[in-house]
Every structure is written in structure tokens, then in C-alpha cells.
Design a protein around this ligand. Structure first.
Ligand code: PLP
Length: 396
């Protein structure tokens, strides 16, 4: 067995050590411009092939180009993601930047986060791009866009399968790994060429910043993305960079806890879903849920592949449940007291959302659950009382 994808707390705390002075907590820096040295030292071409040169504070000129805190964030992200990381103002800004960089003529994508489809639609306004499905023939496909685990269900897709398929066709594999930050899975190990994360979710982890990340395998590709970002202006804000750096210090603690709790909660809810009407399970009357989706419940596919092979560090802290009745799905988020009815995911506070509110066209019985860092026993007790209240309120 290959070693697991480790997430080192030491790296999270110290990967940016060479990039700062004597301060312990990073300083908040909001300057957009920097005092120029008498003899010019900034060389954009040199930095574009060697991001390490940003370590010299004299390399900062203007914050759309580089800035101290986001440079440090990129250093930490590069270390933990196993490539060259570049940050953006949001996950979708990162997605758009990947298209500008890869210049696809044909993209394969199926399902997943609706925003990724919107980005492709927006990009298509300016150039002729065909969109096919991931199960279609990949002839002429330049990008296979694979999200795993999937929004909103938390189910996994076999990356190696899509990597082999797209590489045979001569294209690249872009993996949206937002639902499985390190240490849950390492997409590069399974053939990814570009990895995308919405930093708004687990990296930020406190529902207080918007950010995005692309990770590539060479400094040359990083340099091209960086030059494009200077032109697009889609940088991570300076204050957001500070918040993100602060949050990354505890990523390993948060994600390990959230993943373990979510896996236990999804399995408990699955036992409830298996309980027929008229019977009860652990204090919950059966017949309230029809299905629970999560990679921990997925099992092996027809080829024998199972999500555990890929998700070596654990399952996603986000998953979905299918209520037996639309009325229950509508009221349950408001009957829970610890799960906040809200969109988004990845924060320390648990959230629940009737998915059709944010993703029109989705089944109105589907609820997405983002598990935070509260205690499992309290979450279960909360669901017990909320299932009762929601059943009464929905007049079932
Ligand atoms: C939220 C999300 C995005 C978009 O990220 P933003 O930071 O909101 O732009 C992309 N992919 C997935 C899977 C997401 O959940």
C-alpha cells in the first residue's frame, strides 16, 4: 500500500517560516502599493518561473501582483497540496482562471456544483467550447472536469478511471477537490493535472472569507497562471489572506474531527432511513428518511473500486439526506437548533440546507448537511427532537 496522504500540523504552522520576520501571528497588511527601491529589483519574468523569489519582501510592488500574506498562504497551500498553489478571490474565480489557462475546445463535465457549469457557460460567451458528459466519448476533449466527492451528496468518483480516460484522449484532468481537503484525498496521486479548491469552505473553515485555489505540478504552469491573474485581477483580498492563513493553522484538527463526526452521523441517519414506518431506531420513528448519500455508504462499484481506496484520510464532512416528504425537508432545517439553515459548507458550525433553495431544479426532498465541530451526541439529540417537531409541523 502506498503511504496515506498525510497532513502535517508542522507544515501548516511552519511552511511559511522563511517568508516572514519576527512576528508570531501574521500582521494584517492592507497596503496596495510598496515603496520602491532606488535600484529596481523586481523582475516579473524571474518570479514567474520561481515563486520562491517572492520570499524577498522587496519583490512586492503592487498587491494585484504579489502581497506578503497571500504569498505566505500560497507557500503553506503548496506544501500541503503537493504542488504549486495560487490563490484567487473565490473558488469560481479559480475555476475561470483554469479555463483561461487551459483554453479548452471541448470540456467533459457531468453534475456536481452548479457554479462550475455557470463558469463554463460564461467562458463560452467568448469562445467556441463544446460541453459533453463524463460518460461520453472523450475524442477531442481537452478537459475532464471531475468533482469528487460530489456536491451535494458527498459521494466519490473514481479519479484514476477518469485520469486514464482523459490522458488517452490527450487532455487534462481538472479535479474540484473542495469536498475533500487534505488529508482526505490527494488527487495528484490518482492522475489529476490541476486541482481546484474553494478556499471558502474547509481551508477558510469559519464561514468568513471567500477564496479559491488552483494547484499545478510545475513552477512554469504556476507562472503562467500568475501572469494571467495579474491581468484578470482576480486576487485573494489582503484581509481574506490573513484570515485564510490563520485558519490553515488548524486545518488538520478541524477536518479530522469534522470527517469522523460526519461519517458517524451519516451512518446513524442511514440506520434511521432503513427503519420502516411503524418501527423506531434509537429514539427516532421510522419512515422519515428515504436515503442517505455519503462516500462511506457507497460501497464498491461494478469494477470493484471503492471510495476508501481514494479517500485515504477519511470521508467528506458534507453529505446529503433524502426526506420521505418534501414538507419535512422544508421545515427540518428550521426545527434543528445546532444545525443552522444556511447554504455553503466547511465551516466549524454545522449547517443544513434544502438544496433546491440554492440549486434550482434539485429534488426538493434533498437536504445537504455540512458537519461542523460540535459534539456528535448533541447532533443526534438535535435530530431526534427536530424529526419529531418537523413531522408534527408538516402534519404527517
Ligand atoms: C462552493 C464551491 C465552489 C465555488 O466556490 P466559491 O468560493 O463559492 O466561488 C466550487 N466547487 C465546489 C464543489 C463548491 O462547493
Amino acid at each position: 500500500m502506498a503511504p496515506k496522504f498525510e497532513l502535517s500540523g508542522t507544515d501548516l504552522l511552519h511552511a511559511d517560516d522563511p517568508f516572514h520576520g519576527s512576528e508570531v501571528a501574521p500582521s494584517i497588511s492592507v497596503t496596495t502599493t510598496f515603496r520602491q527601491p532606488e535600484i529596481p529589483e523586481f523582475d516579473i519574468q524571474k518570479i514567474a518561473t520561481n515563486p520562491e523569489l517572492q520570499r524577498d519582501t522587496k519583490s512586492h510592488v503592487y498587491s494585484r501582483i504579489t502581497q506578503g500574506t497571500s504569498t505566505r498562504v500560497e507557500q503553506v497551500l503548496s506544501k500541503i497540496l503537493g504542488g504549486y498553489a495560487i490563490t484567487y478571490g473565490s473558488g469560481l474565480a479559480a475555476a475561470y482562471a483554469s479555463l483561461v489557462h487551459l483554453k479548452p475546445k471541448r470540456i467533459a463535465i457531468t453534475g456536481g456544483y452548479h457554479g462550475a457549469h455557470h463558469v463554463i457557460e460564461t467562458y463560452r460567451k467568448n469562445c467556441d467550447v463544446q460541453v459533453v458528459g463524463l460518460d461520453d466519448d472523450f475524442a477531442g476533449v481537452d478537459i475532464a472536469w471531475v468533482e469528487t466527492p460530489l456536491n451535494p451528496t458527498g459521494e466519490a468518483r473514481n479519479l484514476q478511471y477518469y485520469a486514464d480516460k482523459i490522458h488517452t484522449a490527450g487532455g487534462v484532468l481538472v479535479v474540484d477537490s473542495t469536498f475533500a481537503p487534505p488529508p482526505l484525498q490527494n488527487p495528484f496521486k490518482w492522475g489529476a493535472d490541476v486541482v481546484l479548491h474553494s478556499a471558502t469552505k474547509y481551508f477558510g473553515g469559519h464561514s468568513d472569507l471567500l477564496g479559491g485555489v488552483l494547484v499545478v505540478k510545475t513552477p512554469e504552469e504556476w507562472g503562467k497562471l500568475w501572469m494571467d491573474r495579474i491581468a484578470l485581477g482576480s486576487v485573494l483580498g489582503s484581509l481574506e489572506a490573513f484570515l485564510l492563513l490563520r485558519s490553515l493553522r488548524t486545518l488538520h484538527l478541524r477536518v479530522a474531527s469534522q470527517s469522523a463526526t460526519a461519517t458517524a452521523l451519516a451512518n446513524w441517519l442511514n440506520d434511521i432511513a432503513k427503519t420502516p414506518r411503524g418501527q423506531s431506531y434509537d429514539g427516532v420513528a421510522g419512515g422519515i428518511l428515504t436515503k442517505v448519500w455519503h462516500s462511506s455508504l457507497q460501497g464498491r462499484d461494478a469494477s470493484g473500486w471503492s471510495p476508501e481506496q481514494q479517500m485515504e484520510g477519511g470521508h467528506s464532512p458534507t453529505f446529503a439526506i433524502l426526506a420521505a416528504h418534501e414538507e419535512v425537508a422544508a421545515v427540518l432545517p428550521f426545527a434543528l437548533k445546532y444545525f443552522i439553515p444556511a447554504t455553503s459548507l466547511g465551516g466549524v458550525e454545522s449547517l443544513i440546507e434544502q438544496r433546491s433553495r440554492s440549486s434550482p431544479g434539485d429534488d426538493p426532498r434533498v437536504l445537504r448537511i455540512s458537519v461542523g465541530v460540535e459534539e456528535l451526541t448533541d447532533m443526534k439529540a438535535d435530530f431526534r427532537q427536530a424529526f419529531k417537531a418537523a413531522t408534527a409541523k408538516a402534519k404527517l
